[in-house]
Design a protein around this ligand. Sequence first.
Ligand code: AN0
Ligand code: CP
Length: 315
Amino acid sequence: MRHFTSVHDVEDLNQALDEAFEVKKNPYGFKHLGENKTMVLLFFNSSLRTRLSTQKAAMNLGMNTIVLDVNQGAWKLETERGVIMDGDKPEHLLEAVPVIGSYCDVIGVRSFARFESKQDDYEEKILSQFIQYAGVPVVSMEAATRHPLQSFADHITIEEHKKVDRPKVVLTWAPHPRALPQAVPNSFAEWMQVADYDLVITHPKGYELAPEFVGNAKVEYDQEKAFEGADFIYAKNWASYSEYGQILSTDRSWTVDEEKMALTNNAYFMHCLPVRRNMIVTDGVIESDRSLVIAEAANRVVSAQAVLKRILEDL
Ligand code: AN0
Ligand code: CP
């Protein structure tokens, strides 16, 4: 593997899953791969899990890691080509990216959707410049349209808990006070379809994801109907795609609670975290024995390690 930005970079998903379970069982068994190799983790946005789990995964593989928060201590980066740089940004991405690439063997980058331009976000303007100019493999640690390390960890978690071959997985929108990117739901929907699960997406009208991510999934506007018979409930808030970046609803009747979970096939509850309790999900559901949120977060080390292992093998 050269770069990792989506499920499409994984040639054989079943084989990738097997490798993930192998590194989970034997986390230090591949330490030689990363010897004298350095990973830079670059954050344009906040993170708890991605920062710690990706670093831990790299360390398990014997790599050295350097973490940089671009907005705290580095020069502010201009990302537009051709601008007269007389504003508050002293450095251009076009120099910064190859400079960072010259210090490391792999770059991880987190750069959320900025909601300034739907086109720029959906063309992955920042991530693609990293791929073009870094000179080393690039791993998405959540870009504008996808969060593939999260989706891979979610897939691993479902595989560990499913009781039937093709479980019913429901991706449900839930309310949130801030406008959040579509990266997590896009990436989850895309990944679940390659995994060939029975995927249903439920959300209020106006929250349709981009068609390329909805794919062949069923869209059900009635949340209670969607929950019937579900084996996994995956909650997430996102801002509107059609009214790009807008909050169209904060309707708390969409909060995942005990009554709605009772409609399911004793489903597990999933969320990528961080989660706002009693907006997205009630205390009772997230604290119940059906909640997988900590297991998902723990599997972030596993997904990152499986991806980095493949990249190191192909360096
Ligand atoms: C981010 C998001 O919704 O994309 C990161 C989730 C992993 N969440 C927040 O900004 C709260
Ligand atoms: N789930 C996830 O990516 O969490 P962080 O934003 O804390 O990294």
